[in-house]
Design a protein around this ligand. Sequence first.
Ligand code: HEM
Length: 534
Amino acid sequence: MKENGNKKQEQLEQFRANDQGKEMTTNQGLKLSEDEFSLKAGERGPTLMEDFHFREKITHFDHERIPERVVHARGFAAHGEFELYESMKDYTSAKFLQDPSVKTPVFVRFSTVAGSRGSAETVRDVRGFATKFYTEEGNFDLVGNNIPVFFIQDAIKFPDLIHAVKPEPHNEMPQAASAHDTFWDFVANNQESAHMVMWHMSDRAIPRSFRMMEGFGVHTFRFVNDQGKAHFVKFHWKPLLGVHSLVWDEAQKISGKDPDFHRRDLWESIEMGKYVEYELGVQLIEEEEEFSFDFDILDPTKLWPEEDVPVKIIGKMTLNRNVDNVFAETEQVAFHPGHIVPGIDFTNDPLLQGRLFSYTDTQLIRLGGPNFHELPINRPVCPFHNNQRDGYGRQTINKGQVSYHNNSLANNTPTPVSAAEGGFVHYQEKIEGHKVRRRSDSFKDHFSQATMFWNSMSQPEQMHIIDAFSFELGKVMSKSVRQQVVDMFSNVNAEMAAAVADAIGVTPPGAKESNITKSSPALSQLNTKKTPYT
Ligand code: HEM
């Protein structure tokens, strides 16, 4: 078996500091004789500016913090490897998906979305599930979530969504993403969020462990094989331990008792040698079948029902090594859905298209300039060469007079290569149409799949959803917003909406026109509980 799995580890090894038993020096290598007393004018006198050791130590400390991620700030990561079960040659030319004997190193960061870096981990929220595959052809990042759909259809709305989700700006309260007026006001006034909100109010949003969570690429990507034939593809991670959730009462108690619950669980599991496994699955649709569904396969608020498009399991990822340093690895890692390799390409999903801009843009400020690809955790395991030069924190010492292409002065600059030699070629999709700011009509169906989700839930799961809506909406001050949300979700299920209305003291939708029965099992259980949500 070809063992490429530890190639990244070997690379990181070169950057690892070993300070044990070493003499203490300044950053300039000057050995120090004293590290506890600053230099003073007399035993009781003021500290002297001349004390370069004091200045260097304090200055470095003063600059230790970098901006937290604008979203997904609270995260935890581990190293591992990916192995393929069967060659995917028929579908993609991606080298790491050809040969089952090749192991590809991976780095995975799990996260919550809304909370700040120090926030509790068992909150009700979407979880990020971002994987960096260090392949022989460059880094491939699968930057996914634990829910298969998203709140919005077009990236231009992302700042609006996040402004509504984060703590409210005038008083930074509440911390909880889904328990405040702006979040629910956004939902009611952007009804494409309905399907995602159903998942968000379900047990999926309070996972028991990172080890027991699914992951989804969410967007539709393309696989392209070496004949140039393309398939639409969606990516799935399936945990071998199965999917498990907390119940809300547990989640709240754990948040108080151990805000680090999820990272501790992952860390300890790996330390104990109980490695963490997920299978990689793909759903594939032929190009010719693009319009065979009653939804647009490029709409990120819709999933592809697994009964119609089965998930083909193609490989397994094992997380088997904790990081050495959270800042250097977990915090400095820079994922980007635009990091792809030959054989994988984008589609015109309007959410994905916008993400392709956002990640590098934010990392330029978060990681301090254009050279963060040189940070050990971000370096590909294959060589990288181009004519980019200089910038803050540049580490590479590029030699020679010439740093442009084409040139006649030197033959030492890198040159592009053909597809046959591994050069990336964009899939030549035929594009026709007018410049417009709209999408196809099926994007306007916000409720069919939300209803499908509700109908797929067992009775206890439906109860949890009603309880979650009631708890979260019960915290909303604006009665108008509460009413709007209840009215909106009556499009998903009238009894569910009526039960929530009852719990939070607003008018059941359609109460005047129709006589909504209070006979559903979920509803009668809720009534007997008499939970005081308002
Ligand atoms: C992180 C933007 C949608 C998954 C981020 C970050 C930004 C961002 C700016 C911080 C990156 C960093 O500082 O390194 C956006 C935009 C979106 C969008 C503009 C929509 C237009 C999504 C979707 C998913 C997702 C649909 C899931 C499929 C993630 C994950 C992270 C992240 C997992 C954390 C990566 C890490 O652990 O470092 N996103 N995002 N995002 N995003 Fe998105």
